[in-house]
Design a protein around this ligand. Structure first.
Ligand SMILES: *[C@@H]1O[C@H](CO)[C@@H](O)[C@H](O)[C@H]1NC(C)=O
Ligand SMILES: *[C@@H]1O[C@H](CO)[C@@H](O)[C@H](O)[C@H]1NC(C)=O
Ligand SMILES: *[C@@H]1O[C@H](CO)[C@@H](O)[C@H](O)[C@H]1NC(C)=O
Ligand SMILES: *[C@@H]1O[C@H](CO)[C@@H](O)[C@H](O)[C@H]1NC(C)=O
Length: 509
């Protein structure tokens, strides 16, 4: 776990490591794998396991955690005629050892679409000539622990499917540009995971769980129109401040720890039940006409189960999250966007009117009818993504991204060899690096109102804007460490100070 102490200088960095649990939960059921021969790369080494005991205290929150990630044994890509011995293959090092998507063992040969690689989580190979790429998990990536020095031949690959709030270093140009390949929730990343929380088209169009007639009956029995259920408070999107304000104008049943106004029924109090797709939990929440669905961090294309689950159940999401969410909706009338309304009061008025107009309400669920998913972009993306959820014929996305990096690296190495051999005939390979279209999440802003109007002792004010800008310092510090070929990442703080001092003197950073 990250604490202020580890960071020195009393810097405040939120502790978000546990959020990666959704994914870890998923890995614990990940069967192996795409690989064959066990390998011997020398002495086993004690690799520090980044998985805290703390993490096991949390239940998986991911909808996908309940589902099986199937994979293929003895997979060999159709275009793979790479029969080199293991000793000749490029090595990919998983820096976040806990995510290494193979077991048992620390090292495997992978045979991908067009080429093969060795993958390992043994950090001993960090500076090997053959180690051509290092794969990082964004949530665990720490500038002050980065593998240094970074040899010129080594590429970095970033896997980050989780919330932007877990690591704002990656949302700044100098941070994301350190990576050559990315798999993130953004559609502009190299290996996009945008629809990771949407298992399939069938999940989306599943018939409405509770009919409108029944929903209206529940209303008469005292249920509010809208449900909110959130137990992760104090997040960068500052969603609770908005919900609190909305509650002044319309009744909201709020069951989570944040802005709670109703107890969960006893049979749902076990939070592990209340966060999954467990049947009793699902039928409890499906009775509501609307679900307040606010992501914990705002970024283009960052969409989670908060959005897809109500759509699946046939409850209308009242959403704030990705600003381009409509690009992924089943049609143009299936969601209510908070930011379309000038104020919570206007939103409340609109929801009240819909509550009283069955015909208008029903229009939001028309996409459930056969053939009513009209968004071709969504259909194509679901059809064409190469990783699968519950799909025996497709890899999971960790193995998928690893293979993407493997094929890219082999192609790059081949291009470099060709260029060296005959510089006149082959062009020099062009460098490839990520940019803000691979992550680039904006500065957090208050969920309601202007930041100037909030008291300076407000916990959100004290936390998130600072975290965002300190992350920029860290990204620039790391960039500087690499530029100066430093070997000790702990010199990060020194480099950050130097940059700040140069700036203060009016010089160039
Ligand atoms: C990888 O990214 C680094 C940092 O941006 C860059 O210096 C390097 O040229 C890139 N490598 C390749 C092979 O594109
Ligand atoms: C960012 O990278 C993508 C490729 O990943 C490229 O198409 C795009 O032009 C780049 N954008 C900028 C502003 O450099
Ligand atoms: C913030 O300060 C005000 C007075 O300036 C005080 O009433 C309030 O309790 C403080 N809030 C917190 C969270 O410390
Ligand atoms: C970077 O430092 C390493 C040792 O830490 C050294 O082997 C290497 O030659 C240096 N690279 C450059 C470009 O100076």
């Amino acid at each position: 776990m990250i604490t202020g102490e580890n960071l020195g200088q009393g810097r405040l960095v939120p502790c978000c490591v546990w959020l990666s649990l959704g994914l870890l939960g998923l890995l614990s059921i990940l069967p192996c794998s795409w690989t064959q021969e066990p390998l011997n790369t020398g002495d086993p080494m004690d690799v520090e396991d980044p998985v805290d005991a703390d993490r096991s205290a949390f239940q998986p929150q991911s909808a996908l955690a309940d589902m099986e990630f199937a994979s293929i044994s003895s997979y060999r890509g159709p275009g793979n005629s790479d029969f080199r011995g293991n000793k000749e293959l490029p090595i990919l090092l998983w820096w976040s050892a806990g995510l290494f998507p193979h077991f048992p063992g620390d090292t495997e040969r992978i045979n991908c679409h067009t080429s093969s690689c060795l993958v390992t989580r043994n950090r001993k190979v960090q500076l090997y000539r053959r180690t051509s790429s290092i794969i990082f998990y964004g949530t665990d990536f720490r500038a002050y622990e980065a593998p240094l020095p970074r040899p010129a031949h080594q590429t970095w690959a970033l896997f980050h499917e989780e919330s932007p709030m877990n690591n704002y270093v990656l949302s700044h140009g100098p941070g994301i540009r350190l990576f050559n390949y990315t798999a993130t929730f953004r559609r502009g990343s190299d290996y996009p995971l945008t629809l990771q929380w949407l298992p399939s088209l069938g999940y989306l169009v599943q018939p409405v769980a509770v009919s409108l007639e029944q929903k209206n009956r529940w209303r008469r029995e005292g249920l509010a129109t809208i449900m909110y259920m959130q137990s992760h408070c104090d997040v960068p999107s500052d969603r609770d401040r908005y919900v609190q304000e909305l509650m002044n104008y319309i009744e909201v049943d709020s069951y989570g720890k944040c802005v709670n106004n109703k107890p969960l029924p006893q049979y749902l109090e076990d939070t592990s039940t209340a966060t999954g797709e467990e049947a009793s939990f699902m039928s409890f929440t499906a009775r509501y006409k609307f679900h307040l669905a606010l992501e914990n961090g705002l970024c283009q294309d960052y969409m989670t189960e908060k959005l897809w689950r109500p759509l699946h159940q046939g409850c209308v999401p009242v959403y704030r999250g990705s600003s381009s969410v409509v690009d992924w909706m089943p049609n143009d009338h299936s969601i209510i966007l908070i930011d379309d309304f000038p104020s919570p009061r206007d939103l409340a008025r609109f929801l009240k009117a819909l509550d009283e107009d069955d015909e208008e309400y029903a229009k939001y669920l028309e996409f459930k009818n056969p053939g009513h998913v009209t968004n071709v972009g969504l259909l194509d993306a679901l059809e064409n993504r190469e990783w699968g959820v519950n799909d025996m014929s497709k890899p999971n996305y960790l193995n998928g991204f690893e293979c993407y990096v493997c094929d890219q690296e082999n192609a790059r190495l081949a291009a470099e060899r060709a260029y060296k051999k005959a510089p006149g005939k082959s062009p020099p390979p062009q460098p490839k690096m990520a940019n803000n279209s691979h992550m680039g999440c904006p500065l957090p802003s208050p969920g309601f109102g202007d930041i100037q109007d909030l008291p300076t002792n407000d916990s959100w004010v004290q936390m998130w804007p600072q975290d965002y800008w300190q992350s920029l310092d860290q990204a620039e510090g790391l960039e500087s460490l690499i530029k100066h070929n430093e070997s000790d990442p702990a010199l990060l703080w020194h480099h950050i100070q130097e940059i700040a001092m140069r700036r203060a003197r009016g010089g160039q950073a």
